[in-house]
Design a binder for this molecule. Sequence first.
Ligand code: SAH
Length: 203
Amino acid sequence: MLDIILKVTFVIGLVASETIRFPHRMRVKRERKEKRLADERWTVSDFVLDLLAFAGMEIIPLVYVLTPWLGFADYRLPVEVQALMGVAGALAFAAGLWLLWRSHADLGRNWSPTLQIMEQHALVTRGVYGRIRHPIYAAVWLVCLGQALLLQNWIAGLAGLVLFLPVYVLRVPKEERMMLDHFGDEYREYMGRTGRITPRLGR
Ligand code: SAH
């Protein structure tokens, strides 16, 4: 029974995260023709890494939830521990969803699924961006942590954390380089007062 509750909670979280993202994806699609790009730094390797992260966060866990194929990698803990992990996982997932929603609201039309700068691009330094520079990536980490705690299986649980790591490690420096090239001192000063995915301490 607990097994099913954990899996259903994960699926609800996944559907909620897609629901938050959907209107933004649609808007980018709609506006693709009229938007003038000032810069785009997107390569095949970025695409492959994105695909791997998608597999880790959506395909592999859904295969786990919907089929018995990954059951061999389940681990069994005392039921109280399982339940506690489930509650912590649901809380992490919910925090990630809140942050994802807030970040999209604050970043608005400056969001893009790939690394790009539009001609009308504005540097956002308010809202959640006033504290951290990469709240969307922070939200993804929280969701992956939720996945790891909810899906108590070595493969489906850890796939998100493991497969998002290369995206995060490679994209953040590339994105910050691009932002520095376009916004110069304004972004440098912004970097000085914010953390990447956790607020800067001692301000
Ligand atoms: N790294 C951010 C945004 C991810 S979306 C986050 O985790 O929340 C990626 C796009 O957002 C990039 O192509 C970049 O053009 C844009 N971007 C990133 N930080 C920004 C900021 N502070 N203001 C405006 N656009 C930003």
